[in-house]
Every structure is written in structure tokens, then in C-alpha cells.
Design a protein. Structure first.
Length: 317
């Protein structure tokens, strides 16, 4: 299995009213209220959207060879300290992050590894109970790009069943291991009822692509706003990460006056869930919410909106 360290490296606003669940939180609307104008790129006249990813992965990692801050040992031995490092994610990290999102009235997308949902069904169910989205993240940590088409389909189907069993909801979004799917991934996802994936970092706004002559949404992910990249690979301090979050927001917020802009932030259970890092994330949320017209949206909400909006960029359609 490949280590993550080594691969770093409107046309229809009325129709949208029924498609968007009431979990979108908005700050004050843009000047001019909710009337559509040239700057109305998001529901309810929001100026800019932020989407937070919260990965649920703890316990699904391999028994040996899983990446961690621990010194590497021979893969023939179980890496017990690394296992405890991952355990932090479901014991402390996710509960802490959930409380932060509750305090700030923010709803997020939780990318759940199917095996993690199987191991911690009560926690997976609690995530959804609090209004967050359960999204597909594979059944195990086996890299999708190494799978045959049959293996890939079976893995996604198994993850659907695991998430449904734990949460009572069926995932409609997907995130591959380190964004690396196969040439068959999108067709497989579409055939299984998924409506979007995030494994694309080529834009700062959602867009729509053509999969078997049908529209499929892309809700772009992030690497430079990704906690696992910045903390575990670039060895950022919390102050450095906080500065990056603010700078990214400020730049996108300025651009959002004239075009649709979305900021993506990634928070892994065992990484962003640490006390000091969670504090930085909450402080950023407070900062963003102090600006008018900022909305926090789940990725399924963004995908449905992008599929319906006449202003969405469409590639190859």
C-alpha cells in the first residue's frame, strides 16, 4: 500500500429550494438582499461558500505499515503505538470536532472509510444525527488505483452498505485514497448512485463533467488547506496553518465579488482533532463567519446546487 506521505506531494433557484436540506448556515446576505443579480452565485445571495471535510478513518488503517509520526519499523511487526495514534481519532478527535461544529452552527461532510463505520457505528450515526453528511471514502485503505474494475465496484458497494448500516443514510459523494481513482471510477460511482466526487483540485468552485452522457458534479478538494499535508508533511505549527487559512479565505473572499468561489478545508479525525489544532480551526470559522455573505455547506448540498445552477462551469458538456 502506498504511503500518503510519499504521494504528496441561475437558472433554477426555485428548483433548488426542495433539493437543499436545511443544514446550510449563512451569515448576513450580500448587499442587495436575496434578489438575483450578477453576483448571486450561491443560494440565498451568499457571497462565498466554505466546505469542511471531516475524515472518519480511525481503526481502518492496516495493522502494520500505516503512516504515522512514529519511527518506521519492519512491517512484519505490529505497530502498536501507531495504532493508538489512530485510536485518538475516534476517542477524542471526532467528538471534539463535532462539538466545535455544533457551537459554530456549521455542517460538514464526513468522508467515512467503510471499515471505520463498521468498527464505530454509534459514532458514525452520531455524526449524521448532528446534521452532517456521510460520504464514501472506500471500504479499506487499499489504494483504488491498484484495483481491477471488479474489485473497485465491490469495494464501493461494500462501503455503501457499511455506511447505510451505521448511519441509515446512503452516501452520494466519494473521496478516493489520496484522490487517486482509476479510469473506471466515475462510471462505477455513477452507476452506484453517486452524484459527485471530490478528487479534483483544478478549480476553486464546483463544476460539472460529463460521465456517460450524464452530468456528474465535482466539488474540488484541497491539498494546501489539508491538515494531514500541512501538519504531518510540511510540519506546520498551528500558527502557520492559521495564517494559511486566513490568507486563503481573504483572497477567495475578494474574488467572490465577481465570480463563484468556494474554499475547501480538510480535517482528519486524528490530526485536526488535537486540542490546539481544533482551536485553530474554530478560530478560523469564527473569523470567516464575521464576514458578510459567508455560507458553510455540506458537499452534497454544493453538488446538488451545482448540478441545477445555470452558472455552473460545465466541462465537456
Amino acid at each position: 500500500m502506498m504511503s500518503r506521505r510519499n504521494v504528496i506531494k441561475s437558472g433554477a433557484m426555485a428548483a433548488m429550494a426542495g433539493a437543499l436540506p436545511p443544514s446550510i448556515t449563512f451569515a448576513d446576505p450580500m448587499p442587495g438582499g436575496n434578489k438575483p443579480d450578477a453576483r448571486t452565485f450561491w443560494p440565498d445571495g451568499a457571497r462565498m461558500v466554505i466546505s469542511v471535510s471531516m475524515q472518519m478513518e480511525g481503526g481502518a488503517q492496516p495493522a502494520s505499515g500505516a503512516e504515522s509520526p512514529m519511527p518506521k519499523i519492519d512491517s512484519k511487526y505490529p505497530d502498536l503505538p501507531a495504532s493508538k495514534w489512530y485510536d485518538y481519532g475516534f476517542k477524542e478527535g471526532l467528538p471534539r470536532l463535532l462539538d466545535i461544529f455544533d457551537r459554530r452552527k456549521v455542517k460538514v461532510t464526513s468522508h467515512m472509510v467503510g471499515a471505520a463505520a463498521d468498527l464505530h457505528p454509534a459514532l458514525a450515526k452520531e455524526i449524521v444525527r448532528r446534521g452532517h453528511e456521510a460520504s464514501g471514502h472506500g471500504q479499506t485503505w487499499t489504494a483504488q488505483f491498484s484495483m481491477t474494475s471488479e474489485e473497485e465496484r465491490a469495494s464501493y458497494q461494500q462501503s455503501i452498505e457499511s455506511i447505510e448500516r451505521a448511519t441509515g443514510t446512503r452516501p452520494v459523494g466519494f473521496n478516493a485514497f489520496w484522490l487517486r481513482g482509476t479510469p473506471n471510477t466515475l462510471e462505477i460511482l455513477q452507476s452506484l448512485g453517486f452524484i459527485y466526487y471530490i478528487d479534483d483540485v483544478s478549480r476553486d468552485e464546483p463544476f460539472v463533467i460529463n460521465v456517460r452522457d450524464k452530468p456528474f458534479a465535482v466539488v474540488p478538494y484541497t491539498l494546501h488547506m489539508n491538515d494531514i499535508v500541512d501538519y504531518e508533511t510540511r510540519y506546520f505549527s498551528t500558527a502557520m496553518y492559521a495564517d494559511d487559512l486566513k490568507a486563503e479565505f481573504d483572497a477567495l473572499y475578494a474574488e467572490a465579488g465577481t465570480r463563484r468561489r468556494m474554499m475547501s478545508v480538510s480535517a482528519h479525525d486524528r490530526i485536526a482533532g488535537r486540542p490546539s489544532r481544533a482551536k485553530v480551526l474554530e478560530q478560523f470559522i469564527v473569523y470567516a463567519q464575521s464576514h458578510s455573505g459567508v455560507a458553510f455547506m455540506r458537499k452534497d448540498e454544493i453538488a446538488r446546487f451545482a448540478l441545477e445552477s445555470a452558472l455552473t462551469v460545465r466541462e465537456g458538456i
